[in-house]
Design a protein around this ligand. Structure first.
Ligand SMILES: *Cc1c(COP(=O)(O)O)cnc(C)c1O
Length: 404
């Protein structure tokens, strides 16, 4: 990511060259950046020695999962599709946890047959269903129960999951009842308490509250959980101002928690591993004068990258080539889709751009491609992985034929 020259490069590869060779839009990931992030994550949590299960929904590219598996991570999956993909990518079943409020009979049946580490149940009905299927298969199934700790994660409302009004997990009273129920079951082996309070959490305080709640509840249940699955949600820097969750502080809090609870810790990070590693390269189709601003109409749109439209998320946009020109403009970066929410960013003080110039939307590694769709019957874009000197196509651009 050194960019001393005026041409933006991703690990030494000029964005302009990539665009010329592969056309645009392109999702481009840096393996180096993923490794740096992961090593930093591991280093900060070293004393806790957690099992790290990568959240597949943040980025489900097959090749990326393979690389992530090679780096020793397990997987957190939320559908049978993700489960099959994780297994096919070489991730071991005993390092896979299955989350989600609506697992179907088919999904539970498959997960049991594959002997994954944990099915984290989120309701009484689900536990009964798991028990029924386990009985039918004549098996004892490892489960977790997801607690809704009623904590405000102080993040965007749309990605908050741990408040009592949210659909995720079960509230304290139900939790205790379900622990007692599971203890007596012949086909359930309750091994884990799981929580996940939200995403893009920048402050350790919600985590601190969460750990306090866990401590109290564990005491009340009087049960030894072999695993405590703390979920993911660690927030990253989207503004290039070094404001991200202080993992060291979080680690310190968990270490303190572990004095009373000897359970093994599981994490399910997605964004904090892969978010900063992705770049969306896009070309300007047209520039159109608007009211007090100009519209930069890109060849990438909300179907390719949905976070701004879905969550009002802000992502930095940078030009692929810096120019000497001192003129500064007010631009709104938009896609070609027939929706007013199809816009990425409005910004003052941008260098003057021209039609056919390339721009880069930053930090799109998580919830980028995995949230993309064919809306407006637009083909899915290509994904590239930069692996040192190698540029690898890790998913092909869909063609018109693929769509029609
Ligand atoms: C989405 C999700 C995660 C990953 O969240 P990040 O913010 O990407 O770390 C982890 N666990 C569960 C249960 C999730 O739903």
């Amino acid at each position: 990511m050194k960019n001393s020259s005026r041409e933006f490069r991703i690990d030494g590869h000029k964005v302009k060259t990539l665009a010329q060779k592969y056309s645009t839009p392109i999702y481009c990931y840096s393996l180096k950046k993923i490794k740096t992030k992961l090593n930093n994550f591991k280093k900060n949590f070293k004393k806790i020695n957690p099992l790290i299960c990568f959240s597949v929904k943040s980025n489900s590219n097959k090749f990326l999962l393979k690389e992530i598996g090679k780096l020793g991570l397990g997987a957190d999956v939320v559908s049978i599709g993700e489960l099959v993909r994780a297994l096919n990518s070489g991730i071991k079943p005993n390092q896979i946890v299955f989350s989600g409020v609506g697992k179907t009979v088919n999904e539970i049946d498959y997960a049991i047959r594959k002997k994954i580490l944990l099915i984290n149940a989120e309701s009484k009905s689900e536990i009964l269903e798991i028990e029924k299927i386990a009985k039918y298969q004549k098996k004892i199934v490892n489960i977790g129960i997801r607690l809704n700790p009623n904590i405000d994660a102080e993040t965007l409302n749309q990605i908050s999951t741990g408040k009592k009004e949210n659909k995720f997990g079960v509230l304290e009273k139900t939790f205790i009842n379900l622990v007692n129920y599971s203890k007596k079951s012949k086909n359930l082996n309750l091994r884990c308490l799981s929580v996940h309070i939200g995403s893009q959490i920048l402050n350790v305080k919600p985590y601190q509250k969460m750990l306090n709640v866990l401590e109290k509840i564990i005491k009340k249940t009087n049960y030894h959980f072999e695993y405590i699955d703390l979920g993911g949600g660690m927030g990253i820097d989207y503004k290039n101002n070094n404001k991200e969750l202080d993992l060291k502080k979080y680690s310190f809090l968990i270490k303190k928690f572990q004095i009373k609870n000897t359970s093994k810790i599981i994490f399910e990070p997605g964004r904090s591993i892969i978010g900063n590693s992705g770049f969306l390269i896009s070309k300007i189709i047209y520039i159109k004068e608007g009211h007090k601003k100009d519209f930069i109409i890109l060849d990438a749109a909300m179907n390719d990258f949905m976070r701004p439209a879905l969550y009002k998320a802000t992502h930095r946009i940078i030009p692929a080539q810096k120019k000497n020109n001192k003129t500064r403009k007010i631009y709104e970066f938009v896609g070609p889709i027939c929706e007013s929410t199809d816009k990425f960013l409005t910004t003052k003080n941008f260098q003057k751009l021209n039609e056919k110039d390339l721009i880069i939307i930053c930090d799109v590694g998580a919830y980028g491609m995995s949230l993309s769709s064919n809306y407006n019957l637009r083909p899915k874009v290509m994904e590239l992985l930069i692996k040192n000197s190698e540029v690898k196509i890790i998913s092909k651009r869909q063609t018109l034929n693929d769509l029609i």
